[in-house]
Design a binder for this molecule. Sequence first.
Ligand SMILES: [Zn+2]
Length: 187
Amino acid sequence: MRNDYIIAAKLSDQAFIEKFRLLIGKEDDRGCRPWTGVSGGSANRPNAKYGRFQITFEGRTTRLRAHRVSWCIANNAIPPEGFFVCHKCDNTICVSPDHLFIGDQIANCHDMVAKGRHARGERQHRAILSSSDVACIKAKLEIGTLHSVLASEYGVNRRTIGAIKSGRNWRHIHPDTFSMISLIKSS
Ligand SMILES: [Zn+2]
């Protein structure tokens, strides 16, 4: 992913790290360090506020995910391919390294459910899957979860799961779904 490439290139750049640190706010009573720079939502949580570290790299303006940069600086490393930087505090604007951990895509699906981002009642009566559900189903299919298990977990029939796997249905119904999956993978 290009942004990880940029972060990797900048980890040894003291000016980059200093500029980043200047935008970290004071610790609040939960121990969170809010990002004071620009912010924006993610594909998965469009209304959430995630910090964005705006830099110019090779002549192009880029907005890096501030919490991801924070984790990389604190650990002097880039998360392995397919791993997210997640918030223990669920405060998306927070960039405190103490509140960040890396989790893989599946862990993030569980994390979303555990934190109640999916309404449980809605799940039982749901006729339509959300795009993040589809992204999670795709991730679980990749690690070999049975169609029947996913069908019962998401309250849909097995053919729906098969259609997601082949890209038959969802490509047309939600054209952004598959691009979102790749965004989730690289977020
Ligand atoms: Zn926090």
